[in-house]
Design a protein around this ligand. Sequence first.
Ligand code: SF4
Length: 349
Amino acid sequence: MTANNKWEETSTIKYSTRSRKGHYPNIIPETNKSSPLELFKKKPKLQLSSNAIMENNKETEGAVKEGNGNDSMLKINENIQDNKDETTIKEEKLSPSPSKRRHIKIEYDNTDPPNRWSEVLGNLREMRKNSDAPVDTMGCDKCHDDSVAPNVIRYQLLLSLMLSSQTRDQVTHAAMQRLRDHGCTVENILATSDQKLGELIYPVGFWKSKVKYIKKSTQILIEEYESDIPDTVEKLCKLPGVGPKMAHICMKTAWGQVTGIGVDTHVHRISNRLGWANTKSPEETRKALESWLPHELWSEVNHLLVGFGQQICQPLRPQCATCLNHEICPYGVKYINGELKGTKFKKGK
Ligand code: SF4
């Protein structure tokens, strides 16, 4: 931000920010009718959309909310200068009030890493060091035939991912074995009747829908990709039955490219329990994790958390008492202390 930054009375304002530790986020307007200091004198009300920011800036926030002095505003502006990344601040006018305060909502495009995340990751690696979860031996990257042509391997990797949705690894692996015995090539699968294909993949979750998706996708692969699979996330997502999670994992397993974090129900659940994300859907979790987790860890974290979710951090009865992260994990602390409704953990067990 430069000295020419100006205040804008419109609803959305771009800000830059990087580190929020001990700082108030960047508050530098772009265009303008009055300076930040002048605005502050009008007693604006600031509302941050990030809980972490709220926590890290209580003191400063309090000063701003109360509008109790220019020193606070100057302090804020000093902190702004070090920041780099883009943040969007949405400003809304409050309903008319005697104080004429304005309501500013701040949304961050970038998130700082959660506290002690690398320590948590180290503990996860330690707990997963034996690589003996179902995903380690029967995951989607363990279902193909290594002896066939590369394009056929990629097709089998894609099929195993399509079958794996809402399905345990053991069931997916067994279904893929039956498909391989039947002949798992694009030509042979397309020539297979829907009824036969259903019999081969049953009892994977939503097997009837998957029969249709597999046949339609296979037809597309033959017509548009010379019996290979697409090599971008965008094109993969256009195949029937293929979503972002599958596409990102497929890019890694089939093409060796890390394009994003594959977030399934395990990764979504555990990330929220650990405080690595505060999200409602796997896709939101993917974006949240990618905002702070170093790129070189994107591939590892999927495999690590899926196996961890299968063995220790299960949906209904996580084994918090023996988990190495139980003193760091917010959910684990509450779970052990009996502060969560519906949990049945008893101390001493
Ligand atoms: S402490 Fe419990 S909830 Fe937290 S990661 Fe470990 S098993 Fe999961």
